[in-house]
Unconditional design. Sequence first.
Length: 122
Amino acid sequence: MADYFNHPRRNQERNTNNHRYNDQHKSFDERNSDDEEFSREWDASNVDEMEDFRVEMRNLSGWIALILSVLSFFFLPIILGALGIIVGFFARHRNAVWLGNTAIVVGAISIILALFVRPFLF
């Protein structure tokens, strides 16, 4: 039984496991002693990228509002029209004024048609 624990391969496995364990508990500087920089520098191009992302998100909320308002003509006019109006106000708040206003008007027209015109057509 004593030969099992003193076998060279067992000792090698035990040493590699201890090495892995010790690497996990070392600080970041001890593991990476090469002084390599892994981060990206902050410059004017990053600011432009963030501005582009904000513009895309602003337009996305406007387009979602407009799609909800247009879908309200065909399916669930009261619910989708109201959602289009609400998301249209959010889009206006995010400076997507034209898309937000269009979604609000289209959603309102859809609700008016659903309440006052459709009951007389069927």
